[in-house]
Design a binder for this molecule. Structure first.
Ligand code: GDP
Length: 713
């Protein structure tokens, strides 16, 4: 007789396996993969073979471990499944259980870690759980070695009475109707006990199952129709419907079996979630939260310090002290210029925004620590999936508010190659900490009283990601199946001051480190280029090498509002590192900044041009480090170049529209050819966003496409 041992990672499965088998173990690999395979015989009953399966969260084969477990289980070799459950984490663990029950193999639940539950003074009503799940339940503790023998005995008995699947787990009528219709359609094609498993998987559009079963065109069309109908009824995609229903069922079970004090503790978090993740309220709440974060960082607390640091510390004290010190040392004129006009003006301006960075990350750290950020990912998953995008893409985007490089690297968690590429191409549209400097500079100089400008960049970044994601998803080379992601929502708790401050300090320190290294080197370079001409003679900034280069390319940026050579140069140097945009302004406006950098900027640009400049820098190609990360992750030159051209082109297009429409609508300027071009651009963007996808829904589910896609999954 064979018992399959399965459970979530860290449920105590290995401990249970070792206790039950002792030295009677054989370790090898599952065929074709590097996933470890362990089997053994039960110490006190050698007729029972125990097959250890990899620790997994679900039976959707997105990882080799899940694939191995699923392959083994669908062959129906196991007589009974012993599902090890971390009882302190009941809801998450039961998610896998609901899937195991679909397979039609008898399941016994071992509620492991019951000693922990006991020490916490909590109780679970075993008989009720057993009744609700329709399977036997045994409390175990691998630590205290209790309940394990009983679990094996119960499992042995269950295997003998092999019956059809338990009828206890029932979902919404409308979903059940779809499942039973699909079951009827595949009658005879799959083992009758596992019919429900296959029907649900077909409903979820699981590519591997669609490929595995040889369905006739009639069956395929009927099933597709059932899926589309049900999706219409639920106004959700089929996979989300199933995930949702499983969790709703589990939530109900958990409420019934946990003691009242647990219920109370859970419901507080649940009640908050009811509001925070509510279909209609979730996005406004999120918008408000981010508005407050940016408002605090840029407009209030942050600025208070930044104004002082920029205007007083780096504007007066430090240059004066440095000047006196250098005079005293009698250093050469060029060196004095390098230090005062280059390094202090450049690095100083960059460092001036340190307080804002610190406040921003303190706020984000708090949102993260109390558990709100995982809700955002959950809400965004729902939103993204509606547009056929992967919800997993939002994790890299959250990371991108810190820095684009780790964000691009974190796209590795997305298994679907096409979704991964889309994420890599768009994640850097989020304002990272370096871009925050540009935001703070432009807001401070041009919109000090307007609280909407700074948060608008966050939302423009986010909306650009969603819209360009939709457009890219509709192309033939990036369209297709989207893998879902399942995430755990931790209980809310009060923020821990230490965690939050450590997080913010770490971000601030890495920012200071960058200012002292890469930004320092770049300011030296910019100072040199802005102080010398071709003959290497020290000249006025306006005659410098940099001015020559700036004048050459400035016309390209006239239509988007910042044809001024200084802004052009700043945008280009931003490629090296986004902080350099600010450093470049610091250096180029150093000499006429007696009244402060912000005043000097105001004289040269209109607020509209400044906003257009801000949005261009937000969306255009990221810094070299992030481009390097894109190249590593894309692993293909054409894709890398394509991504950069896409980002820069898109940035130019959006800035162009903002500037041209702004001229007419905000400044009352006459309509020109450019206005029409901007209008045409809007139409082109709309076409790419709203056109029918190249790979239609029908095709997505057709076998040939799935065959190709499943290789990628
Ligand atoms: P696996 O990842 O599911 O194989 O889990 P392990 O067997 O490696 O266990 C994860 C951790 O939980 C280890 O530190 C175990 O010592 C601990 N553990 C396992 N079972 C129990 C239990 O019943 N009670 C307690 N308190 N700890 C346990």
């Amino acid at each position: 007789m064979e018992i399959a041992l399965i459970g979530n990672p860290n449920s105590g499965k290995t401990s249970v396996f070792n206790l039950l088998t002792g030295a009677n173990q054989r370790v090898g690999n599952w065929p074709g993969v590097t996933v470890e395979r362990k089997m053994g015989y039960v110490k006190f009953d050698k007729t029972i073979k125990l097959q250890d399966l990899p620790g997994i969260y679900s039976l959707s084969p997105y990882t080799p471990e899940e694939q191995v477990a699923r392959d083994y289980l669908v062959t129906q070799e196991a007589d009974v499944i012993l599902n090890i459950i971390d009882v302190t984490n009941l809801e998450r663990n039961l998610y896998l259980t609901t899937q195991l029950l679909d397979l039609g193999i008898p399941v016994v639940l071992a509620l492991n870690m019951s000693d922990v539950l006991e020490s916490q003074g909590r109780k679970i009503r075993l008989d009720k759980l057993s009744y609700l799940m329709g399977t036997p339940v045994v409390a175990t503790s691998a630590l205290k070695n209790t309940g394990l023998t009983k679990a094996i005995q119960v499992a042995k008995k269950e295997a003998g009475s092999r019956s059809d699947r338990s009828e206890s787990v029932v979902y919404d009528n409308r979903l059940e109707a779809a499942i039973s219709q699909i079951s009827d359609l595949i009658f005879g094609l799959v083992p009758s006990s596992a019919q429900r498993f296959y029907a649900i998987k077909l409903f979820e559009k699981d590519p591997l199952i669609w490929q595995e079963l040889t369905l006739s065109d009639y069956q395929k069309n009927e099933i597709t129709e059932i899926i589309e109908l049900t999706e219409g009824v639920f106004t959700d995609d089929s996979e989300s419907i199933v995930i949702n229903e499983r969790y709703l069922f589990i939530e109900k079970v958990a409420k019934e079996v946990q003691s009242s004090s647990d219920e109370l503790r859970m419901t507080l978090s649940d009640q908050i979630d009811k509001i925070v993740t509510n279909r209609f309220l979730a996005l406004p709440i999120f918008a408000l939260a981010m508005f407050i974060v940016y408002f605090l960082a840029i407009q209030t607390v942050g600025t208070f310090w930044t104004d002082w640091v920029n205007d007083v510390l780096f504007g007066q004290y430090i240059p004066k002290i440095a000047q006196d010190f250098l005079n005293w040392l009698q250093v050469a004129g060029w060196l004095r210029s390098l230090i005062i006009d280059g390094v202090i003006a450049g690095v100083g301006t960059v460092l001036g925004f340190l307080p804002q960075i610190f406040v921003l990350f303190t706020c984000l750290g708090i949102l993260e620590d109390i558990g709100y950020m995982s809700r955002i990912a959950f809400i965004m998953d729902r939103l993204f999936r509606r547009f056929g995008l992967s919800g997993k893409s939002f994790i890299p985007m959250l990371i991108a508010t810190g820095c684009g490089v780790p964000a691009i690297m974190s796209s590795r968690t997305i298994e679907n190659e096409r979704d991964r590429r889309i994420t890599i191409m768009t994640a850097t549209f989020m304002p990272c900490s370096a871009k925050l400097e540009i935001i703070a500079l432009i807001t401070g100089a041009f919109f000090p009283e307007n609280p909407f400008v700074a948060p608008s960049t966050y939302f423009i970044g986010l909306i650009t990601i969603v819209l360009s994601g939709i457009a890219l998803k509709k192309t033939s080379f990036l369209g297709g199946y989207t893998s879902p992601f399942i995430m755990e929502l931790p209980t809310y708790h009060f923020p821990k001051l230490q965690t939050v401050l450590t997080y913010a300090m770490r971000k601030a320190l890495s920012f200071v480190k960058r200012a002292g290294t890469i930004i320092f080197s770049l300011t030296v370079l910019i100072w040199f280029l802005s102080s010398y001409n071709w003959q290497l003679q020290q000249v006025d900034t306006d005659q410098s090498l940099l001015a020559g280069f700036g004048h050459l390319i400035a016309p390209i940026f006239s239509p988007v509002g910042f044809g001024n050579w200084k802004a052009t140069v700043a945008a280009v140097t931003g490629l090296a590192a986004k902080e350099t945009v600010v450093a470049t302004f610091g250096i180029l406006y150093h000499n006429n900044s007696q009244s402060g950098l912000w005043k000097a900027l105001e004289l040269d640009y209109s607020s509209l041009a400044a906003y257009s400049f801000l949005i261009f820098n937000l969306i255009c190609a990221p810094c070299f480090a992030a481009i390097g990360a894109i190249k590593r992750e894309m692993n293909h030159l054409a894709w890398t170049v394509g991504a950069i051209v896409f980002q820069t082109g898109l940035a130019y297009g959006i800035s162009f529209m903002i500037y041209q429409f702004g001229l007419v609508l905000g400044y009352g300027k006459p309509i020109t050819v450019e206005t029409f071009l901007a209008l045409l651009l809007v139409l082109i963007f709309c076409y790419f966003i709203f056109r029918r996808p190249k790979a239609s829904r029908q095709e997505v589910i057709s076998l040939s496409t799935l065959g190709e896609l499943s290789k990628e999954v």
